[in-house]
Write a protein of this length. Structure first.
Length: 471
């Protein structure tokens, strides 16, 4: 999708107008407790969230930059690192780019895995970052470069590209959480019954220790409005581009001229300020007042696998994500499990759990790949016709043939696999009912054996960035 096509979409156009008219009012009033130091934070509007910005960054002695936490201090750091990155790329100076990109990771607190990747690719950094920058600036999410295996896109790399690309916002779990909350508020007010596809921004959990007693909530799902999970790589850069286009549209919207954000001189400055405001707002989406009004306890520790958590609040930050079956829209919850435990589903907040193991997923997807390749396939999961052998080929029949389990369970499986983009919706005028095609990028097919292995993709979703902000 090209930038002008995205911005011309009716839902995007209406959301930009809606948000730009609410930057200074109580629509975005919010409050929470910052876990480090147990400090309260609050804002009366999105602009006030920008005014109350705080991110404590470390010293960067290689550039003579001292630690700080105010917005001005952070902008000073980013301005310096932007000049270093752009000058290094222009000169083809790999060492200069490596040092500057590493400093970006230190500033953002996302050193783990990102710096090791930078060092591993140090000889090619100018080419990789330069080509990715040019692809992003081209304004087309279908750019062929995004399909390259060497592409790395994480929260950390989002920060780097925000400094080398034009009007490109940082998209991390906090910004994503705030943007998704804004979409929920917009959908409620405009009486939309679901999140429009063009506004279905992916979310990621906060980086918290496994035994954290009250982790920040980053999943904005509520009242049937659900969002997909953030995955590193191509999907990440595509949604980072869409978020940047949307926020730039808000920053330059005529209604924003009536906002306090208009005091800032340029669209670029307003975009950075809005990004900062969303970053602060999105630290924790469930504040103390909400919990008291709803009679809900504080969230319990997130559970990745095993029995369900006792907390079943609206954002299911305990690891259960809200979802609906695709045909009948029956609500349920799912979570992605570690090791080989695959995908788990349940009724909202209740046992029992229906699981799809890695082995079952791999064999089912392998069967679909063999039968359909890149062609569309149906749900085909009749609990009577599948066992009798009279149902057409599709997901339900593949699952039954490989597992001998209830084909009806694939109604939930199809919804989850679509949510995490393993299945892509597809039109098939020659046959009735919904159809999908396999997203080969998610299947991790071994080149020598041709075997599907969904685990690396599930781990990428579970781990998110492997180094996103938790504070």
């Amino acid at each position: 999708m090209k930038k002008n096509e995205y911005l011309a979409a009716n839902d995007v156009h209406e959301f930009a107008a809606w948000m730009s008219a609410r930057l200074d009012d109580a629509t975005f009033a919010h409050a929470y407790i910052v876990r480090k130091g147990n400090k309260p934070w609050a804002c009366t509007s999105l602009f006030n969230a920008y005014e109350n910005y705080r991110w404590t960054h470390v010293d960067l002695p290689e550039y003579g930059l001292v630690a700080g936490s105010a917005f001005a201090s952070n902008v000073n750091v980013l301005d310096r690192l932007q000049k270093e990155l752009r000058a290094g790329l222009a000169a083809g100076d790999t060492d200069r780019v490596l040092v500057a990109a590493t400093a970006v990771m230190k500033w953002g607190g996302v050193v783990n895995h990102n710096v090791s990747w930078l060092n591993a690719w140090r000889e090619d950094l100018c080419r990789i970052i330069g080509e990715t920058r040019d692809a992003i600036n081209a304004g087309d999410t279908d750019h062929p470069l995004f399909g390259r295996s060497e592409l790395r896109f994480t929260s950390g790399m989002s920060k780097v590209y925000s400094l080398v690309c034009d009007d490109f916002a940082i998209y991390d779990s906090r910004v994503a959480a705030a943007l998704c909350r804004a979409v929920v508020l917009f959908c409620r007010e405009t009486r939309r019954n679901h999140v429009p596809a063009v506004l279905n921004f992916p979310w990621a959990a906060a980086k918290s220790s496994p035994n954290a007693s009250n982790p920040p909530v980053r999943n904005a799902a509520r009242d049937g409005y659900t969002f997909q999970r953030l995955v590193r790589g191509r999907s990440y850069v595509v949604w980072n581009m869409k978020a940047s286009w949307l926020l730039a549209a808000v920053a330059s919207h005529r209604s924003t001229q009536d906002s306090a954000f208009a005091r800032l001189d340029s669209t670029a400055q307003r975009l950075r300020a809005m990004e900062a405001a969303l970053f602060m707002f999105g630290y924790d989406l469930v504040d103390r007042q909400d919990r008291q009004q709803n009679g809900s306890p504080d969230p319990q520790p997130p559970v990745v696998s095993g029995g369900p958590s006792p907390y079943t609040g609206p954002t299911t930050e305990d690891g259960w994500a809200q979802c609906k079956t695709l045909a009948r829209e029956n609500p349920f919850e799912y979570r992605l499990a570690l090791a080989t435990d695959g995908i788990q589903t349940r009724n909202v907040g209740k046992n029992p759990i229906t699981s799809f193991t890695d082995d079952e997923l791999n064999r089912t997807l392998q069967a679909l790949l063999g039968d359909f390749g890149d062609r569309p396939f149906p749900l085909a999961n009749s609990v009577d016709r599948v066992p009798a052998g009279t149902e057409r080929n599709g997901l339900g029949t593949a699952f039954w043939n490989e597992t001998r389990r209830n084909p009806g369970d694939t109604s939930r499986l199809a919804a989850v696999l679509k949510s995490i983009e393993v299945f892509k919706p597809s039109e098939n005028p020659s046959a009735g009912g919904m159809h999908w095609t396999l997203n080969r990028e998610t299947l991790n097919v071994d080149e020598s054996s041709g075997k599907v292995n969904i685990r690396p993709y599930l781990d990428a979703i579970i781990q998110g960035d492997q180094g996103d902000e938790g504070d």
